[in-house]
Write a protein that binds this ligand. Sequence first.
Ligand code: BGC
Length: 731
Amino acid sequence: MYVRQTLVFFSLALTSLAAGSFHCSAQTAVQSSEAQAMLQRADTLLKQMTLDEKLQFLISKYPFIASPGGGAGFVAGIPRLHIPDISNSDSATGSGSKTQASTTFPSTLAIAASWDRQLSFDYGAQIATQLRAQGFGMGLGGGGNLTRDPRGGRGFEYLGEDPELAGEMLAQRTLGTQSKHILASIKHFDGNEQETNRMGGNTTVDERTFRELYLLPFEIAVEKGHPGSVMCSYNRLNGDYACENNHLLNDVLKHDWNFLGIVQSDWGATHSTVKAINAGLDEEEGSEPGPTWLNRIDVLYALANHDITEARLDDMVRRHLYAMISTGLIDDAPKEGGKIDFVAAAAFAQHAEEQSIVLLRNEGGQLPLVAAKVKSIAVVGAHADVAVGTGGGSGDVLKPVTGYIAGCGGLAFGTHAGCDWWKSPWVKPDVPIVKAIQEMAPGAQVNFAGNRDELEPFRAYSNQEIAEAAALAARSDVAIVVVDQPAGEDFGDLTSLSLANPSNQNALVEAVAAANPHTIVVVESGNPVLMPWKNKVAAILEAWYPGEGGGRAIANVLFGKVNPSGKLPVTFPEHNEDIPTWGRDGIMAKDPVYTEKLNIGYRWYDAKSIKPMFEFGFGLSYTHFAYSDLSVKTAADNTMTVAFTVKNDGPVAGAEVPQVYLSIRDQDEPPMRLVGWSKVDLKPNQSRQVTLSVSPRQQSIWSVDANGWKFIAGSRVYVGASSRDIRLHGE
Ligand code: BGC
C-alpha cells in the first residue's frame, strides 16, 4: 500500500563526448507523484502543528526512562494529529532492546557473505518483526561503512570492502525492514571506518575516493532502499564533524541524492546548534537528561537571532513526517507486548547462517563428513560446548532469548565500565556446536576439550588444556577446532588480525593439527583472521559471528546437509603487513588520512600484486561449477548487458555466486571493480544462463572537475567465481 519514493533524475548536462563517454555535471531530482503526495500529506500535518510540537521532533531522548521497551531513544508523537511516538532500538544483528528478549541472527557481515539479496531483505524483515512486537518504530541496524582497515572493531556490523556489494545488500535490508512499516536508519554516515579515536577523529579523504568508495553504499541504499533515516557519525570528515558537515549532509545526501528523510545524529555526535542545523542535521539523538544542542531553548534562540530560518525548522519537521508516511509507520505504529515467534526466528537465523558460511579450504575432500564413517569426533575450543561468538556493543543483541556468557575475561572494552551485556561477545544457543554435531552423528563419540571457564571466557589456554586437546584429537577420527576473534563497538580496533583473545589459539590449532591429520578449523569472527596453520589443517570454515542458529548451521555444513555457498566479502590477507593501512608500524592513525585512495580491499591487492591468503569473492563448494558462453552487449544509453552460462558439473546440488568485474580504462583506477553478481541454485548437470545489467554509473569514474560521474568507454569484462578465479573475459 505504501509506495516508496521513486525519483526521476533529469540530467541537465548530458553531453556526448569523444569515445562514447558522457558526464552529468548537474542533476535535478523531480519527485514521483507518490513522493509528492506523501510530501503533501506531511505538509498538511505540518501546518497544523504548533511551534512547541515542532520542536519536540528535533530531539530523541535517552536513556531508558524515556525510551520504552529498553531501546536507544524516543521521540514523542502528537496524539491530537494521530502522529505516533517513535521509540528506536539498535538492530544490527537483532533487536537491541535491553529489557526484552530477542533473537540473535548472524552478524551483518555474514549476510554480506551470502551475496544473497533476498536473504538480506528477509533479514531486515525478520528483525523488524521483532522490533514491532517490542514496540519500536525505528531500527538502527543498517551499517554500510566499508572495510578500509580489516582490523576495524565494528567490521561485523558492516557489509565488507566493496561498495556495490555493501550498497545492494544495505538497500535490500532497508526494504525488508520498511516492508514491516518500521523506519530504517542507515549508518554511520560517513568516513567512520575505525574505532580508534572513535568520538571525533578527523577523516581526510579526497572527493573522488569518497564518491567511488565510501559514499557509494549509502548512495545505492538511498536510491534503491529509500531509508527513512540516515545516521551521521561520530568522526569529523575533512575538518567538520559529520553531523555538521554541510558538504556531506546538504550537498551530497540532500541535494545530489535528493534524500527526503531524516538525518539523525549518532548518540552524542551533535556538537552545535546553528552549524549543525544549517549543515543538514534534522534530529539529535542524545544524552538527555544532560546537555543537548537541538533543545527547545537553543533552537528558539537561534530562530530569534535569525541564525536559522523557520523554513529550515519546517523542513526538519517535514522530514520527520515524510519518513513516517513513506515507511507506513504513521498509520501502523507498533505496540509493545506483541508476540514473537522465537521458533520461526531461530529457524531463519540458522538458514541465514547456512547461506553465509564460507568454505575456505577442503584438502582431499575432507568435508563433508560422513556420519556413518566417523566413530569419534573431538571438538576443541571457543566454548563450542555452550556458546558461539557474537560482536559486542550496540551491534549486539543485548538480551538474547537464549542467554549469554556473562564474563568478559581479559578484554579491554574502551570506556564502558563493568562487565555487562554491552560486552558479552558469547551467545548461548539452544543447540551449541557440540550438541549439533552429536545430532548429526548419533553413533559417534563426540567429546569436547578446551576452556570451560565461563567467568574467564577469553583467557589463554593452559599448556595442560592444549595437551589434553591434542591427546583427545589423537584418539579421535576427526578433530574440529573452533577459534574465535572477539570485536565490537568501543572495544577499540584489533591491533592485529592474528587470533588474539586468547593469543594462543594458534598454538591450540597447531597442537591439534599435529595430532590428527583430519583437523578442521571453524572460525568465528567479524574480521579477517591470519591463519599461519592454514596448510597444516585439512579444512577451514569461516562462520563469522553465527547467531543463535550457528550450532546447527555449522554442523549441517560439516556433514553436507547444506552445501556451503558463501563467498568472502572481505579479503583475508596472508600477513598483517599486507593490508593497505598497515603503513610502517601498523598503528592506526587517530586522524586517518585515506592516502591509499581507491585501493582498499581487493583493489589494493590487485594494484600492488600482493597475493592474499583468500581473495575477495572466494568460497568453495562440495560441487563444481563450469562457466561458458560469455556475451557482452552495450545499448545506446551505454547500459551493458553481460550474459553467460553457469553449469553445475559436480556431484551434488549447490549454489554458485558468479561475479562480474570491470577493468576501467583510467590510470587511477584499480585493476578491477565488482559490478554485478547473482546467486544461482543448480542441481548436478543443470545449467543456467545468467544475465546481468551494468549501468553507465558502474562504468564511470567520479570527475572532480565536472562534479559528476564520467562514463569511460571500453571497459574490459571479467566473469569469475572470485575476484581472482576469472573464468571468462571479454570487451
Ligand atoms: C552507536 C550507534 C548506535 C547508538 C545507539 C552508538 O554508540 O555508534 O551505532 O545506534 O549508539 O545505541
